[in-house]
Design a protein around this ligand. Sequence first.
Ligand SMILES: NC(=O)c1ccc[n+]([C@@H]2O[C@H](COP(=O)([O-])OP(=O)(O)OC[C@H]3O[C@@H](n4cnc5c(N)ncnc54)[C@H](O)[C@@H]3O)[C@@H](O)[C@H]2O)c1
Length: 562
Amino acid sequence: MSLNLLPEKREQGKQEFAVEVGRQINRRDFMKGLLAGTAAIPVSAALYYGYDKFHGEPVRAALIGCGDQGGVLVGEHNPEYLRFVAVCDIRPYNLRRIFEGEGRAPRWGLVRKYGSHARKEIEVFHDYHEMLEKRKDIQAVVIAVPLHLHAKIAIDCLRAGKHVFCEKLMAWNVRQCKEMIRAARETDRVLAIGHQRHYNLLYAYAYELIRAGTLGVIKHIRALWHRNQTWPVLERDRDGKLRPKVENNQPVLRDSWRPEIRDEDLNYAPLLEKLTYYGYRNLNELVRWRLYLRTGGGLMAELGSHQLDACSIFLGKVHPLAVTAIGGKHFFQDDREVEDHVYCIYEFPGQNYYERDDKGQIVYELRQGRKVPKVNDDNDVVVVTYSSICTNAFEPYGECVMGTRGTLIVEREQEAMFFPEADPNARQSGSAVTTVQVTQGAANKPAVDSSASEPRAELLRRGQGALPNPVSRGYREELEHFAFCVKMWEDREVKPEERPWPRCHGEVAMADAIIALTANVAMRGAEGTGPRRIEFQPEWFDPMNLDALPDPHVKEYGPPFE
Ligand SMILES: NC(=O)c1ccc[n+]([C@@H]2O[C@H](COP(=O)([O-])OP(=O)(O)OC[C@H]3O[C@@H](n4cnc5c(N)ncnc54)[C@H](O)[C@@H]3O)[C@@H](O)[C@H]2O)c1
């Protein structure tokens, strides 16, 4: 993301970010009472996101889907807010792993999290229908299953009266997203989706800076998630020498989307017998669901959705205007159906694209009987480029926001840096230079020049280390807030209009799904056509309009299939 940055320059960027955040947050009205007169930055997510410490018993929850992400959510959740009383999975390997963990963060496992009594106290199920039938005491479910089952399982749980936290992408197609929202409304249950950046303080702080105008006018964001999945898996031969592993005359590659199929699952007859009922054509599809169109959504659903979510947070949660995308199976020559390289160009509306009222709200007009935002300046466009590739990992994943007065970089959800643009007029006009320069020091080593203006230097000093370290990616907070919302929704004293909503509730998450899935539609083209530019239609974002869809030709899936 931040090509060619020396370590000192990165450090400086982090400090600049901390200082600017301290400045802007302390300016904000709601924080004034708490932090008046300090350069401190609130490091408590609960304080920032406005939820209280939990009182009373934690929410009784079940986990459906105990694989990689289920393991992360178990490791990260706060049992004071939400406590797992049941788990459900169809693979014995993952059911064992969810208790035992992996011996390292974040997948600690239930035994380490709760103590050895977890094995006795947490009930294990293979079939979630049976669990819903038997455990009426469960208040909420956390769903971390493959994408094609999100809607089916979430709706079944909502209809059984459970509050639902479902992993991202919200659903396999947009119609399913709308049906999930509808089911949550009809059953009056909380529906939250796991786009964790909504609960990562770095993103909240980054948005504070953008909103305050620190970056000036933004015209371009570059986002990417590049990985190298091409390295061979090594195994020892009979002589003990390490050699590339070969299967079916093909080298086996370290491709995280093609995990190993474990003997424990392969030899478990009850799973193999019921695969179709559970939603799969074979074990390969269950374990490597990301590779196939029937079960996964490709790179845009798995990776791109996170970063486009971040970009739309940066741009004030506006919907994009259009997307152009290309991609394909450019490297792998295996049975996968999804692309291994994806490149997208999104056009987003800039601040003045739409007409706004005195309060800054977008003004709508009626066009051909439809309520649409009124365009003010159609040249005011922000272009977001996004790429996800599987053959090179030189740059880690992140977002780079480029404004007329500075650049903001967020990398790996963990580090944020701010680099003010050098002002060519500063020296001439005698005003203080606002950047700290990285210069050549002794023995050609870079050194930070501390000749910045005094108040800024002081702020830099005080800002140093003020950001939480390490930063929570938001998994813990998203589940804490979900549990808080559940508690409030179940409290009869709280009026419906006073209930708190998850930050990534159904409509927010549906917009993320539309943004990601429309790129797939553009990239894959309609039958017989190539990639194209697609304009987003406002009615796609209306959850009650079930037929307004960017992907109407995409067939429905849900078990049983055949
Ligand atoms: N928020 C994030 O950063 C993040 C990161 C990774 C994955 N995810 C999401 O989490 C979800 C799961 O991903 P994963 O990496 O854990 O996949 P995984 O394959 O490791 O785990 C999925 C689990 O679901 C189980 N499962 C499948 N069908 C089931 C059924 N019918 N009933 C019960 N259990 C069933 C599988 O046996 C498996 O254990 C996906 O939607 C993915 O996009 C989110």
